[in-house]
Design a binder for this molecule. Structure first.
Ligand code: ATP
Ligand code: MG
Length: 153
């Protein structure tokens, strides 16, 4: 299933994350695609809010992985930007399809570690605060999630 809508503010993009948060379950993998500054981390911050994680979500670019355990479900936030394909022995696979939901920025750099069943979210900067957001699913679980978004955004 595929659904595209326009987010016209940072808040709206965060609201998508907050809306999705309670619908995730342990082992879910979400791929965040889009250029630098498209809004991938912003969306993840909305998810953290929806999971009642108390900490601020910061860009994990220099950390590769940030883990948030205080919420209703563990949130793993991977940013593979700096890895550029050299990641393979880092042990990231423990967090992908693990006991929480895993968000991956720049997933193309860790392609061999990713499962078949994922939710893909692509953000495109259309200028100013406008972002085109496309959700794509390939499983029953994620289809139902995209369907919910369709009704609300
Ligand atoms: N509609 C919008 N949705 C999301 N972010 C927006 C929107 N409008 C403006 N912004 C701004 O765009 C920036 C998005 O930055 P963010 O760190 O989320 O991008 P990113 O995709 O994670 O980039 P990177 O690949 O560098 O990690 C923020 O400064 C945010 O305030
Ligand atoms: Mg980011």
């Amino acid at each position: 299933m595929k659904y595209t809508f326009i987010s016209s503010s940072k808040t709206k993009t965060q609201e998508l994350g907050t809306f999705l948060a309670p619908r995730f379950r342990a082992g879910d993998v979400v791929l965040l695609k889009g250029d630098l500054g498209a809004g991938k981390t912003t969306l993840t911050a909305g998810v953290a809010k929806g999971l009642h994680v108390e900490d601020d979500v910061i860009s994990p670019t220099f950390n590769i992985l940030k883990c948030y355990f205080k919420g209703t479900l563990p949130l793993y936030h991977i940013d593979a930007y700096r890895l550029e394909h050299q990641n393979i022995e880092l042990g990231l696979d423990e967090y992908i399809e693990g006991d929480g939901v895993c968000f991956v920025e720049w997933p193309q750099y860790i392609a061999p570690l990713l499962p078949d069943e994922v939710l893909s979210i692509t953000l495109i900067n259309k200028g100013g605060d406008v972002r085109e957001i496309t959700l794509e699913s390939n499983s029953e679980h994620f289809d139902s999630l995209v369907n919910d978004v369709k009704g609300a955004f």
